[in-house]
Ligand binder design. Structure first.
Ligand SMILES: Cc1cc2nc3c(=O)[nH]c(=O)nc-3n(C[C@H](O)[C@H](O)[C@H](O)COP(=O)(O)O)c2cc1C
Length: 217
């Protein structure tokens, strides 16, 4: 697969959440997904277990079912979603950024079933009842690989976003996909498609000063 001419720093700063610029008509080859996952499993995982699994969904019926659960997650949890965003005091710049994200998120909501590939990173164990150290081990054993997948995808002209709303109905999604829910936890749903154009800008973020602590909080 051709690799985009990006420096490592460019790759790290321009791997963005892509929703509106997903090419919904161009097929994605199974090989490119496998290549990205091959790179992803070089990520660290706690201990030596490598308890990760990646479910790649291309069947239209399954994608439709996931998109419906995603929508149900979104619509039936508006109070929770609003309360989470309302908890943050926004200045004008941030408010306009959130408005852009909301419009982009709405677009994905409408088009998720059309995105040619959905990747669901899973971990073999459930975290609900675990103490924080073990939760950290579980989530920390899948998210680095997930992000590596997203970086590898970007380097090959693919766009992704890390989404979670279908997890409000994780059990139903497990049934759709034949995942053994009691033993395996889904951690996200990554819509994957080639991007329309391949130039992306770094995101606006809080200044590092606001979040960086040297030696003490
Ligand atoms: C853990 C996690 C869960 C997310 N869930 C969703 C989601 O369900 N739907 C969605 O549209 N975006 C989701 N996002 C994306 C964020 O809401 C936000 O739009 C994104 O991180 C901003 O994009 P940027 O990194 O390109 O600035 C999620 C991001 C993270 C890290």
């Amino acid at each position: 697969m051709p690799i985009l001419d990006l420096s490592i720093d460019e790759l790290l700063t321009t791997t963005r959440t892509v929703r509106k610029r997903l090419d919904l008509t161009r097929p994605v080859e199974a090989e490119v997904i496998a290549e990205c996952l091959q790179l992803a499993v070089q990520a660290p995982s706690a201990g030596t277990k490598q308890s990760w699994h990646f479910l790649v969904v291309t069947e239209p019926v399954q994608r439709q079912a996931l998109a419906e659960l995603y929508r149900k997650g979104w619509t039936s949890n508006q109070a929770y979603i609003k309360q989470r965003t309302a908890a943050v005091a926004l200045d004008e710049k941030q408010a306009s950024m959130y408005a852009r994200i909301a419009a982009s998120a709405d677009y994905l909501l409408e088009h998720l079933y059309e995105v040619p590939v959905h990747v669901i990173p899973c971990i073999q164990r459930r975290s609900e009842q675990l103490p924080i150290i073990q939760q950290a081990g579980l989530w920390g054993s899948i998210l680095p690989a997930t992000w590596s997948f997203m970086l590898a995808a970007r380097s090959r002209g693919l766009g992704t976003s890390l989404t979670s709303y279908h997890l409000f109905f994780e059990r139903e999604a497990a049934e759709v996909l034949g995942i053994p829910y009691e033993q395996v936890m889904q951690t996200a749903l990554l819509p994957v498609a080639y991007t329309l154009g391949d130039t992306f800008k770094p995101a606006v973020r809080k200044s590092l000063d606001e979040v960086l602590h040297w030696n003490r909080w």
